[in-house]
Design a protein around this ligand. Structure first.
Ligand code: PEP
Ligand code: MN
Length: 266
């Protein structure tokens, strides 16, 4: 079902007023974790001021260490929903168990399945049984074929509102947190009919690489770029080294627009 062979036309996923995969490349931005209403509203307002309508933020955080901040849970979803209503934005957040899908339907415009859950098949089946847009991330060590099979799980349950997101893979390289598999983007565009996104934050893990990685992703045909923005990354409860502050984000988006890689309002 995900293969382009039987479905030659691009799938366009409607998220509120935005069409993802319609040929206009977009930005998805927001903090790594939802930490407070004030934090989310500050970022949301800054994004909205620049015409970005897609707000991300983690409420359930799959952390490597059980002693790290685990997210605000449903409180975080409530904050996101409020921000979406207040600033007229669409909100995107990850859920980690099949039991959270029903709750997520009430609060989110897009359900994210994180890299660590790309092969959580029960979760894939559950989101596949809804018609909510799903943003599926590539697993840390998943091949493109495994990624496509995970997508097939979602589509085989009937949900066609699916987007794929390259977010870097594990390699021997230690200079970056993961290795952005840039060629996965055109491969997935060729092999599937689904929108393909690039998460430049989790792939590089480095603030100084967000702009060049975003340029590369847009140039190679990503339908959207995801990047993390926090009012004060130094005190962020997660991913402190890789989030942009608001002035860095403004510079980031201005450069992409000046260089005609991103249109105004995208
Ligand atoms: C995220 O986007 O918040 C996240 C945890 O990313 P990933 O699942 O790609 O690591
Ligand atoms: Mn993060």
């Amino acid at each position: 079902l995900v293969s382009r062979k039987k479905h030659p036309d691009n799938t366009i996923v409607s998220v509120k007023n935005e069409q993802i995969g319609d040929g206009n490349q977009r930005l998805i931005a927001g903090p790594c974790s939802v930490e407070s209403e004030e934090q989310v509203f500050t970022v949301a307002e800054a994004l909205k001021n620049r015409g970005v309508n897609l707000l991300r933020g983690g409420a359930y955080k799959p952390r490597s260490s059980p002693y790290d901040f685990q997210g605000l849970g449903v409180e975080g979803l409530k904050i996101l929903k409020k921000a979406g209503e207040r600033f007229d934005m669409s909100v995107i957040s990850e859920i980690v168990t099949p039991g959270d899908v029903e709750t997520a339907l009430d609060y989110l415009d897009v359900i994210q399945i994180g890299a660590r859950n790309m092969q959580n098949f029960e979760l894939l089946k559950e989101v596949g049984s809804t018609n909510k847009p799903v943003l599926l991330k590539r697993g840390l060590s998943a091949t493109i074929s495994e990624f496509m099979q995970a997508a097939e799980y979602v589509m085989s349950r009937g949900n066609t509102n699916l987007m794929l997101c390259e977010r870097g893979i594990r390699t021997y390289e230690t200079a970056t947190r993961n290795t952005l598999d840039i060629s996965a983007i055109p491969i997935l565009k060729q092999e599937t009919h689904l929108p393909v996104l690039a998460d430049v934050t989790h792939s590089t893990g480095r603030r100084d690489l967000l702009l060049p990685a975003a340029k590369a992703a847009l140039a190679i045909g990503a339908d959207a770029v995801m990047a993390e923005v926090h009012p004060d990354p130094a005190v962020a409860l997660s991913d402190s080294a890789q989030q942009m502050d608001i002035s860095q984000f403004n510079e980031f988006i201005d450069t992409l627009r000046d260089e005609q890689l991103l249109k105004d309002g995208a």
